[in-house]
Ligand binder design. Structure first.
Ligand code: MG
Length: 312
């Protein structure tokens, strides 16, 4: 199933969605067993639904344009867990760019960093960029894993049991800050710099083997790679991260971006005011975010703005 977080009649609503028909069904109308708190909060719904089968909706759906589409998870239990340099061709383009201070071009162990939940942004929302902050704004389309079941010291063979579903993120990055501060938190953790969505596809429905990660800027394709090209696959990422911390329902792991980011071009193709970035994972869907360069004062209004986009 595809599960979205919507604002519908001013209420946060967890809903099943059918993108082909552009319809949704509030989860409470689909399954009467869903507790009230899980009908309006994706993380609570994930906790409740783990191990439960949900029957397909039988009622008439509601047009998706009637609702505001939000990031599927507004606040992850941990920071958003991210993986650096996890596609070989991207690792090499990043190394060549001069912005990489993280060592060998292709890592021997997964590079794990995080973005704060305050960077989460809606799947169709504007990304407001403080004009004083960065002159080298870049995009990174990524497949993200959503954890369903709590776990620590997980073996790779156990990882699949802990995955609830998959979504799409754009790991937007201020390359100048990423380079200047060495650690990546300030360059990647800016408010609104993690558009997510448009929904979560549950793991039983996702064709992982054939999925492609794609990005387009103003309609021009920049990235396209198979998820099979990941250097460190999802089971090994889950095993690695869960050695250090207990993974919790609703945690999100962004698995890394393929080649074709702005700094991979000569000269670099940084994002400019008004550009629209589309990030897609086939079998899930696409998020589309327009970039706006504004004064820092105006950008500060964007703290955790997840409910600003209408429809899909
Ligand atoms: Mg990334």
């Amino acid at each position: 199933m595809k599960v979205a977080s919507l604002m519908y009649h001013q209420h946060p609503t967890v809903a099943l969605v059918d993108p082909e028909q552009a319809l949704f069904w509030p989860i409470a109308s689909v399954d009467s067993r869903v507790p009230d708190e899980a009908a309006c909060d994706m993380v609570k719904f994930i906790e409740w639904s783990c191990g439960r089968a949900i029957a397909p909706p039988i009622s008439i759906g509601i047009g998706i344009s009637e609702a505001f589409l939000c990031a599927p998870i507004a606040k992850t239990p941990h920071n958003i867990l991210c993986v650096g340099k996890n596609y070989d061709a991207h690792a090499r383009e990043f190394s060549r760019s001069g912005f990489d201070g993280s060592g060998a071009p292709v890592p021997e162990k997964p590079i794990i960093f995080t973005k704060p939940f305050s960077s989460i942004n809606g799947p169709m929302s504007e990304v407001l960029v403080p004009v004083e902050l960065s002159q080298s704004l870049d995009y990174e389309a990524e497949l993200a894993v959503v954890i369903g079941k709590k776990g620590r010291f997980l073996r790779a063979e156990e990882a699949a049991d802990h995955v609830w579903g998959y979504t799409v993120v754009n790991d937007i990055t201020a390359r100048d800050l990423q380079s200047a501060h060495k650690q990546w938190y300030l360059g990647k953790g800016i408010d609104g710099f993690c558009p997510m969505g448009p929904w979560i596809v549950t793991s039983d429905e996702f064709d992982f083997v054939n999925a492609l990660v794609i990005s387009r800027v103003n309609g021009e394709q920049r990235q396209s790679a198979s998820v099979r090209d990941l250097i460190f696959d999802i089971p090994s990422l889950i095993a690695t991260i869960s050695r250090s911390m207990t993974l919790l329902p609703g945690d999100v792991i962004a698995t890394g971006t393929p080649a074709g980011v702005g700094i991979g071009f000569t000269p670099p193709k940084f994002l400019r005011d008004g550009d629209e970035v589309e990030c897609e994972v086939t079998g899930i869907g696409a998020i589309r975010n327009r970039v706006r360069f504004v004064s820092g004062w105006r950008a500060s209004d964007q703290t955790h703005k997840i409910t600003t986009s209408k429809g899909s």
